[in-house]
Every structure is written in structure tokens, then in C-alpha cells.
Design a binder for this molecule. Structure first.
Ligand code: ADP
Ligand code: MG
Length: 285
């Protein structure tokens, strides 16, 4: 089973929930930190990162001796990542989405591919958790291919938890697409509700079951709870604002370690998710 943890709004508590859920369940859980622009789950799990792999994406290289400057490569590229100007071909690698279209349409096979570095994947083990994260190269704008590469490390069985990036655009879609359940972490404020609506819209467009964790549940108002009821999105856990949670976080400590009474609550959260996944699976069969 794959559970992705997303939110729309940043800073709502995704990483807090993802890391504590993984560790509360103990053995044989995999955690993928797909917030590749700012991975920080490792700061709480403290894994010894034993493997590092560079991830590249294919981009075109043009042999100008073979090129006839016909312009077909530039015409097919939706992102203007390759442009023919007179007797020069200019590839813009940072705009390239690696579709291979330019190479396919070139009538004289003047285009080959080289790898552009997107970032690295690091992995290790800690607290009974198999840990993998991606780290986007500084200056790199294209995170979805790196997120997909991190997700390609998903184990074939057992439980995988994905800590998704904030927002509702391509990187989040790459992190939650095809998962069995999306756990949306929100807070009961107008900003939280606004972004929650966007996130629920994205989850529904992907046809995925979802549920809510309302974090800092005792601040703000009841607009999130009313919205959840109207939309039929179950609230699976409420976490109050607790200074001790923020203090543990700032020390790089897990909530389930600093405040052990939270461990069974995260186990219950998982059981609620598993029941929904079993139910939706049974319905779609
Ligand atoms: P995200 O992954 O969504 O960006 P984090 O889990 O990193 O969010 O949490 C963001 C900040 O909010 C951290 O400083 C964390 O300590 C704080 N925080 C999260 N939940 C609580 C809570 N229930 N009470 C107090 N502080 C919290
Ligand atoms: Mg985070």
C-alpha cells in the first residue's frame, strides 16, 4: 500500500505526520521524501545515508555537420527548447522536458541525447524505516522527473509512505499520482481551507481516496470541519497546537519519541486509512 501525504499549503505538518506515522508503525515501512526542493524528513529519522545516485534526464545534442537546418525539431517542441536560427541550432536544456520528439522527427539523425543532472537520490535505514529522498540540484527548476525517480524506488510490497512537496501543481501530482490513499494535512484557518479546497480538487481529478489530518486543530475556526463534512472527506486525526511538538521538531526529534502517547494515535490513523483503502479496493473490484 502507498500512502501519500500532501497539503496544498506549506508548513501544515506533512513531514511531522509522515515521519511519525512511519516510525509509529515500526518495522518494515518505507518512507520516500519527495519534497525534493527541500527534503527534511531525514532530520528526524537520522538515517545513515549509505547510497547516493545521480539522476539525469536526456536532452538533445545536435551534430551541426549532419544538420540541414530544416527546422522540424523546433516545430515539434512545445516548450521551445530547441530553436533553429539561420544555420545554427540552439538547444535550451533547462527548458527541455525530455520527450525525445526532436530526435524522432530529425530526418538526418543529427540529434543524439546526453544526460543533464537533475539531482541525487540518497537512501539509508533508521528506526525500522527504509528511507529514500531526492535532492534537487541547486538552480534546477524541473522536479517531477526526480520525484518520479524517487518513486521508482517504491518497494513492490509492504507499506510505502510518501512525504509530498507543498502546492497543487506538477511536483505534487508526481508525488501522489497512482498512490492508494492521499492523506491531506491542513489547519483550520482561511489559508488552510483555501489550499485544502485546491488539494481536494487535485486529488479528485486523480480519482484517489483521501482523508484529513487537521493539525493545530484548536486554533482557527470550524470552516475546515464544515467543508470536510459537506465534501464527505473524513477527518481521521486531529492534532492540537502543542509547543512541545514544535520544540521536539526544532531539536530534530520525533513526536512519538518526545511524547510517546502519540504513538498509538498514529497507529490508529494508519488503521483508519487501511480500512478505507480495503473498502475502496473492494468497491472497485
Ligand atoms: P510541512 O512538512 O507541511 O512543511 P512540518 O511538518 O515541517 O510541515 O511542520 C512545520 C512547522 O510546524 C514545524 O516547525 C513544526 O514544529 C510545526 N508544527 C507542526 N505541527 C505542530 C503542532 N501540532 N503544534 C505546534 N507546532 C507544530
Ligand atoms: Mg515538509
Amino acid at each position: 500500500m502507498i500512502i501519500s501525504i500532501a497539503s496544498g499549503k506549506g508548513g501544515t505538518g506533512k513531514t511531522t505526520v509522515a515521519t511519525n506515522l512511519a516510525v509509529a508503525l515500526g518495522n518494515d515501512v518505507q518512507l520516500l521524501d519527495c519534497d525534493v526542493e527541500e527534503p527534511n524528513a531525514h532530520l528526524f529519522l537520522h538515517p545513515i545515508l549509505t547510497a547516493t545516485d545521480t539522476v539525469t534526464t536526456p536532452v538533445p545534442v545536435v551534430d551541426e555537420d549532419k544538420c540541414t537546418f530544416c527546422g522540424q525539431c523546433g516545430e515539434i517542441c512545445a516548450f521551445k527548447a530547441i530553436v533553429v536560427v539561420g544555420e545554427t541550432v540552439l538547444p535550451f536544456h533547462e527548458l527541455c522536458h525530455s520527450c525525445g520528439g526532436c530526435m524522432a522527427v530529425c530526418p538526418v539523425e543529427a540529434i543524439t541525447e546526453t544526460g543533464r543532472e537533475l539531482g541525487v537520490i540518497e537512501s539509508g535505514h533508521s528506526h525500522g524505516v527504509d528511507f529514500v529522498h531526492g535532492r534537487l540540484r541547486i538552480g534546477e527548476a524541473m522536479s517531477p522527473p526526480l520525484i518520479k525517480a524517487v518513486r521508482a524506488r517504491t518497494r513492490p510490497d509492504g507499506l510505502t509512505i510518501i512525504d509530498a512537496p507543498p502546492g497543487t501543481s506538477c511536483p505534487v501530482i508526481a508525488a501522489m499520482k497512482g498512490t492508494d490513499f492521499v492523506l491531506l494535512v491542513t489547519e483550520p484557518t482561511p489559508f488552510g481551507l483555501h489550499d485544502l479546497k485546491l488539494a481536494v480538487g487535485a486529488v479528485r481529478a486523480l480519482g484517489l481516496p483521501c482523508g484529513l489530518v487537521v493539525n493545530r486543530a484548536d486554533i482557527g475556526d470550524d470552516a475546515v470541519a464544515n467543508y470536510a463534512r459537506q465534501e464527505g472527506v473524513p477527518i481521521l486525526m486531529e492534532i492540537p497546537f502543542d509547543r512541545r511538538i514544535a520544540e521536539a521538531y526544532s531539536r530534530g526529534e520525533l513526536v512519538v519519541t518526545a511524547l510517546p502517547e502519540w504513538k498509538p494515535k498514529f497507529v490508529k490513523l494508519f488503521e483508519a486509512i487501511a480500512a478505507i483503502v480495503r473498502h475502496t479496493g473492494a468497491k472497485s473490484e
